[in-house]
Design a protein around this ligand. Structure first.
Ligand code: 5GP
Ligand code: 5GP
Length: 238
């Protein structure tokens, strides 16, 4: 069969479009997840303060996680690019302040940061390298200023004080511009408390966006506590 130039061009264009459509997208957006140390510690699991000491009473970073809009997510994408602590050595004291580890036994943070970079960061290598991953998360934390947004609405960490989910969400939405997803856990008396705050971030890791899909974290009841962290204890102190 003899094909003329026009037919060849059409075949070429069709095969190119199919190829583009079938190349999987690296990811669609990020979840930026912060944890409330008061709720991490005030649960059955308990916590251990980092070797560098008890963190400040502020939200701290859990991770920056690439996600697909169908709710699924890639993980552990590049074993050839493992965490290298020398690439963040000059950021270590800032990371210890804003991304402390509360898991037991007490650590210096390196294990937690390694886990987050290798599981999540390596799935967005088109956006940042290892150092850029940590810098992007630190910059998002500053931008979000969750504690400031809650305090501006009169919501301060305190034990035995309850808020509605509407009050919590409105306060953060006012500060950041988009509604967050709030995950709760349960304190020793069985009350729901704010545990993690998920915010959605565009694929360049710089701007908050409306969440395309909600995560599957444990939802909250309508009455939630925002417990104090300054009065919390670590497992070593109990
Ligand atoms: P958990 O089951 O405790 O909610 O989540 C365990 C871990 O799975 C998280 O710390 C995170 O690494 C990953 N993960 C859970 N849900 C999501 C999600 O919706 N998106 C992404 N990217 N990772 C998630
Ligand atoms: P993810 O749930 O993000 O997949 O995994 C978090 C991992 O980091 C777990 O193995 C957990 O034990 C460890 N980890 C260390 N410190 C912390 C912390 O402060 N918060 C959380 N959520 N996980 C931590």
């Amino acid at each position: 069969m003899k094909l003329n130039g026009r037919a060849l061009l059409i075949i070429f264009l069709v095969t190119q479009s199919v190829a583009i459509l079938t190349v999987a997208k690296e990811f669609d957006f990020f979840y930026f997840v912060q944890q409330w140390p008061g709720s991490y510690c005030d649960s059955r699991r308990g916590c251990c303060y980092p070797k560098t000491g008890k963190p400040a009473e502020d939200f701290s970073i859990h991770g920056l996680w690439p996600n697909y809009i169908d709710g699924s997510y890639p993980s552990n994408c590049d074993s050839s690019n493992p965490f290298d602590d020398s690439k963040v050595s000059d950021l270590e004291s800032v990371l210890q302040e804003h991304w402390p580890t509360l898991a037991c036994p007490s650590g210096d943070g390196l294990k937690f940061w390694r886990h987050e970079w290798e599981k999540h960061g390596t799935c967005a290598e088109s956006v940042f390298d290892e150092r850029g991953y940590f810098e992007a998360a630190l910059s998002l934390k500053k931008k979000a200023n969750l504690l400031g947004a809650l305090e501006n609405a009169g919501i301060k960490p305190a034990d035995g004080v309850f808020h509605t989910m509407g009050q919590i969400k409105d306060a953060i939405t006012k500060g950041v511009g988009y509604e967050p997803f709030i995950e709760c856990n349960v304190d020793s008396s069985g009350y729901h408390q704010i545990y993690q705050v998920y915010q959605c971030v565009d694929a360049s890791a710089s701007n908050f966006i409306k969440c395309p899909v909600l995560p599957h974290g444990r939802a909250c009841g309508n009455k939630v506590e925002f417990p104090s962290f300054s009065s919390a204890s670590s497992r070593d102190e109990l």
